[in-house]
Design a protein. Structure first.
Length: 238
């Protein structure tokens, strides 16, 4: 499989290594140094694109991929208010698009646990819930896309919650969400339910970027074989 890397920072370099280890070829690398190289002509060399850039560039990068007929896996977070627009454009172009807030296999198993736990806790209003995420100081979006996915899952399954807040003086129907930035932390996410008698916690801790990168390459392999449509990591893993 021939891959175009759109975004060649720390994550892009890890993705490159894992893709090569899995027998794939990197035919195009786009960064802030060579944005002009991302054009229709150069994209023809690739079978699929993996996009890890930054929130301000993601929408245009994904639209270009779809316009060029290039299936695109996107892992950039912080732009999701425009996701529906992209999925509509994907349908118009009969393209292939896969987005995930986190490509790690472990995190996606964590998502399944979180959803199941929220359904169970819906019966027990004496438990309050909160979410916390910790990432490296270079992460641009706050809170993380993974934390937003976790809170959205809880809201969808916990009748007493209608949204989330980063304001400590939150309403009772909002989930408190803390976003912490520390040096050299790949990513930690915690969901905690507390009552007067006990606490229940589920935690996922990433030790490095390899899990994210490996999942992104697996997603690209899936998308390369898939038909037109918009997909998620649930389609890849389940």
């Amino acid at each position: 499989m021939k891959i175009a890397l759109i975004g060649y920072g720390k994550m892009g370099k890890v993705i490159e290594k894992i893709a090569l280890d899995r027998g794939h070829e990197i035919v195009l690398k786009i960064s802030s140094r060579n944005p002009g190289d991302f054009n229709r002509e150069h994209s023809r060399a690739a079978d699929v694109a993996i996009e890890f850039s930054h929130p301000g560039a993601a929408l245009e990068n994904v639209r270009k991929c779809l316009e060029f007929g290039l299936p695109v896996v996107c892992g950039t977070t912080g732009w999701l208010e425009q996701r529906e627009t992209v999925e509509d454009y994907c349908r118009e172009q009969q393209g292939r698009f896969l987005y995930a807030s986190n490509f790690s296999i472990g995190v996606n198993i964590f998502f399944e646990l979180n959803e199941r736990l929220a359904r169970l806790m819906n019966k027990y209003p004496e438990y309050e819930v909160d979410v916390e995420e910790i990432h490296h100081t270079q992460k641009l979006d706050r809170p993380s896309g993974t934390a937003l996915t976790l809170t959205e899952q809880i809201v969808d399954n916990l009748d007493r919650k209608t949204g989330w807040t980063m304001d400590p003086s939150q309403r009772q129907d909002l989930i408190p969400l803390r976003a912490i930035r520390e040096d050299e932390v790949p990513g930690t996410h915690q969901v905690r339910y507390r009552s007067e008698t006990d606490s229940i916690e589920i935690i996922h801790t990433a030790h490095n970027r390899n899990g994210f990168a490996s999942g992104a390459v697996r997603a690209a392999e899936f998308l390369f074989r898939a038909g037109p449509g918009s997909y998620s990591m649930r389609d890849v893993l389940l």
